[in-house]
Design a protein. Sequence first.
Lengths: 360, 363
Amino acid sequence: MRGFFGTGLKWAVVLFASLMLTGCWDVVEVRHDAFIVGIGIDQINERKLEVSLLQLVIPETKSGNKSSGGDKEGTKYTMISATGESLSECVQKLRDKLEERLTLSKVAFVVFGNDIARQGLNPYLDYFYRSNEIDQGLQLFVAKDDARSLFEKEKGKLVHFAVSGFSYKPTFLPMKLWMFTPNVFSVLEGSYIPIIDIRNGNLTIAGMGLFNRSRMTTVLQNETMNFLNILLDRHVKDIILFSNENRDQSFRIDSVQRKIRWSEQSVRIDYRLKGSIIQSTTETTMPSQKQLETKIAMKLERDLVAVLLQAHNQGVDILGIGEKFRQNQWSTNRWLSKLKHLGIQVHCDVTIISGLGKTH
Amino acid sequence: MKSYTRISTAQYGIVLMFAYICLTPFGFPTLLYRHLGHHAWIMVVVAFVFSAANAYITFDLARKFPEENLVEWSQRLFGKLFGSLYSLAALIVIFLWGTLMFMELWTIINYTQLPSTPAFAPNLYLIGAIVYLLSKGIEAWARASQILALVLVPTIVAFTLPQLPNASFARLLPLTDISWSSFANTEVLAALFMFRASFFVFFIYPHLKETRSVYQWSILAMAIAAAVILFSVMVPTTIFGEKAVKELAFPFQEAAATVELRGLPIQKISFLAPVIWQIIIVYVLGTTFFCVSRGIQSLFGWRKEMRILVALGTATYLFSIISVPYATLSRIVVYWSLSGLIVFALIPTIIWAILKVFGEMRR
């Protein structure tokens, strides 16, 4: 018996281990993986969805591609689509179409068609929350029109932007899956998703979709979307503000300090902005620094209040006032209707710290 | 085989710390969120205070019988029959601890890292390694645990701290809207057995080189483990919010998945979770196998330790390859925890109180 537990057992373990260490059992080579980098989801009609996958093409790999593009470095992407009544059904059909193993662990972004965003993303996000392959850090986008046509035009630009390019846009507000999560389950915190488009071959941020839970209820257009940065106090550096509608003077923000005072009846938000005048188009003498600061501050106050009212009227609590109410144990019953009637005061204090190369 | 049979208190403290952490960051938080919402972390504090007091009783009992393990002193106190029955119940609870945690670990690894890998091969190696280590004597296992701790401690720090920038601690407010009746629930009460590894001292005490600072080491180990568990309960709520965190199966893992360390060779820290907890399970199973094999030797008078270890390893292995729904597993863990509270908190407290009273009377 000792022999069995001694030498015999050791040899048995070594032999069994050598079998396992060959590494060839069920192995899938990299070139047999269909690495999906982007998913697009569109509504075709009341019952049908179309799911488009953007697949990274690894040399020597063949797949059932319909169209392809590539980025500047020559990386190729191919698009493959399927229709069905649910996201999982579409993914299943796509899995059948592919000659390689469908791999979702490299998905960097999901683009929702505009129609789907307006109906609500929850049924689709559920798939992503359950999947053990999907990364919490993937970026969410809404297509200006539909995701499929965006994929057909994107030529690798969207992949590049979602993976690293966005970090070079100082005022871009990314929305990742995990950041959107609290919003899906509570009306006390609103959220946003960037709306993207391809115009003249260039990827552009066409606006910001504002979301009540998972439903896009309103859109901040290109001209107003940077006010969202200031309201949220995120990525504010390098935002350009103007002194009036004619854009006579341009003010570039260096820093913002935000202070919010909460009460059950009203919310007061104070901003202290510092920055530089980067351009003045007026031929006449510039107003005094104090006058200019007041002009920029007053215009900004009006703009910020307008954005807040637009959001609140569409049931989007973009500042998370409701969550603050919950934390303070103030009533949040019928919150969205309460939000519309809540007093909002915005006060801005602008300081021009420099005229850069000119004295003022 | 048993040339080294004694370990230092520091080695005991290290083993105990990881045994305390166990799989708790993945298992209990989900149950606690369901009943206590953003107050879930309070139960960790309550369990810590309760377990610290219980650890003192455990330590004091072990000190009263310095050369005996739980089976030996319980047979002397309760008589052969009742002592054996109590010992058997204790050994079953300990054995199930290792087995249930091992089963839970594989569910997590399947979800996080190896969805297509069948459990039979890696589990066999893991259990084989633990059985082999223990067969070389308790000190060989303790030394290996010490070396593993050098890797494990910085890895746990790297896994947890980067989550903080994504956290918004205001989500844990308000503190005052707590409903104390929510605590009167079996799933919540089961969390009192969160720091269950205290029973280790009942079996390891005769094998400690010196015993002066055992309680201090136990509390230090428990405090560090409590900090890790507290973090694992609090941070997911601060990232995802109270409502969302109730919906997620493994909130701590998802919280780690929110971290992106751009520019570093390792961008995602979430892949560390299976690695960390596969090492932690070595501590848990090592503790389980050691306590149960010692107990079986004392209970049945069997002396062939290697055979007992192989039998325990085989039984744990067979359980681990059975596919059990996660909800069922969680339910079993709840009932097992309640049984554990009776066996390792209630009964030892009664014994300790009786011994105290009789001790005082004799004096």
